[in-house]
Design a protein around this ligand. Structure first.
Ligand code: GTR
Length: 397
């Protein structure tokens, strides 16, 4: 009986959203409300931002704080010690081309501690230092027992192209579950965050995990951590963007089909909406984000401001044509409008000269890039191939 009640508690929000909100999902461009986006360049006090100094000292911190309090919640920065226990494994599927390090990253804060597992593969042929690609992985490990899932994390192809590559499972910092998400760093390190309406949730925790992986890369002799790429698909893409807004150590941030609450503009209300995502995934965003359920027009920010927080470091987005749930046009627009900070504040050329309708093939400069491919919601080898051409250009390799 108790289990039944528990199941009901888990599935009720889902059933309700499927009945109410899902029936109202909009896929019709003519029904998208006129876009009134908050300006990136006007401060809360009404000051027009003209220079790098004004951007970095006034507007950027304001926007960061808005995302922290209204959307994702805090990513706590306090920790006393990070240590690494490394096992070099020889018995793995890429043994002929790569060395595998299984790393237990132990984080201590006072008398609290948490350990997360990272898998790192390094090319065997030379000594490096290698550029590094980190993938945040939320997929069910039961479904894929091998180290890498073809296409999604194409280890052999990345190694053959001279990259080191690493991945950690989201569950090693916060389980992707509406109830169990606390059984990770929230309970073990930052329990006070649970009481706060802008407290850490699962997306922020996964972003925190990427930071700890970077702590490892930075002290690794065979890794060139200045040539670092953070990649996330879908929910992990949301986490990757927020992680990079918090941590300036990433040279390139790649969001693949991160959609609502990631790359896509919320105020378009196209595909997945704030209400749907907050109801189905109560453990992803800060509690404050729920204020905007069915009220996107009152959001004091939108997702075009997220790549702006990462500027002038490189940002790349990818979408898929059949992935309307993630609103490909809203993803492109978010980056196109956000790129104004790159061009106007940092004098980095924006490649997004065309409208969405005129877009014809991948577009990129050294700092910004976008592609949309045929097909469904997934991170595929085709996505990687197009992205890697950009990454090499951007990193100068
Ligand atoms: C969907 C969710 C999206 C996206 C996706 C995924 O169910 O609505 O926001 O994150 O999951 O992670 O694959």
């Amino acid at each position: 009986m108790q289990t039944r009640l528990k199941l009901l508690a888990v599935f009720l929000p889902f059933l309700l959203t499927s009945k109410m909100a899902l029936s109202q999902v909009n896929y019709d461009e003519s029904k998208v409300p006129p876009l009134h986006l908050p300006s990136i360049f006007i401060s809360e006090k009404g000051k027009v931002i003209n220079s790098k100094e004004e951007w970095e000292s006034i507007r950027k911190p304001e926007i960061f704080r808005l995302f922290e309090s209204e959307v994702y919640g805090q990513i706590p920065k306090d920790l006393d010690q990070v240590s690494f226990e490394v096992i070099e494994r020889l018995d793995h599927e890429f043994n002929s081309i790569a060395k595998l390090e299984e790393v237990d990253i132990k984080i201590q804060l006072g008398d609290r501690s948490h350990s997360m597992r990272l898998n790192l593969l390094l090319p065997k042929e030379t000594d490096g230092p290698f550029p590094i690609i980190l993938l945040i992985n939320h997929r069910d490990p039961e479904e894929d027992e091998s180290l890498a899932e073809e296409g999604y994390w194409p280890v052999a192809e990345l190694i053959e192209r001279g990259f080191a590559t690493a991945s950690f499972h989201a569950g090693t910092v916060a389980p992707d579950d509406t109830i169990r998400y606390m059984n990770g760093i929230l309970n073990n390190l930052y329990p006070e965050q649970k009481e706060q309406s802008d407290g850490l949730k699962a997306l922020g925790a996964w972003g925190w995990g990427a930071m700890r992986a970077m702590d490892y890369f930075e002290q690794h002799q065979a890794i060139d951590s200045k040539k670092s790429i953070l990649v996330g698909h879908s929910r992990s893409g949301k986490a990757a963007l927020w992680a990079s807004a918090n941590d300036p150590r990433w040279a390139i941030t790649y969001s693949n089909e991160s959609g609502c609450g990631g790359a896509a503009l919320s105020k378009r209300k196209f595909g997945e909406t704030v209400e749907i995502i907050n109801t189905r995934f109560t453990h992803w965003f800060a509690e404050n984000f729920r204020k905007y359920n069915s009220a996107e027009e009152s959001l004091p920010l939108d997702q075009h401001m997220l790549p702006a927080l990462i500027a002038p470091r490189a940002v790349y987005y990818a979408s898929a044509k059949a992935d309307q749930w993630a609103d490909p046009k809203g993803e492109y627009l978010g980056l196109q409008i956000g790129s104004e900070v790159f061009s106007q504040i940092y004098e980095k050329e924006s490649p997004f000269k065309t409208t969405w309708e005129e877009l014809n093939g991948p577009v990129s400069s050294n700092t910004l890039g976008y592609h949309i491919r045929e097909g469904e919601h997934n991170l595929t080898w085709e996505d990687w191939e197009i992205f890697l051409a950009f990454a090499k250009k951007s990193l100068g390799i």
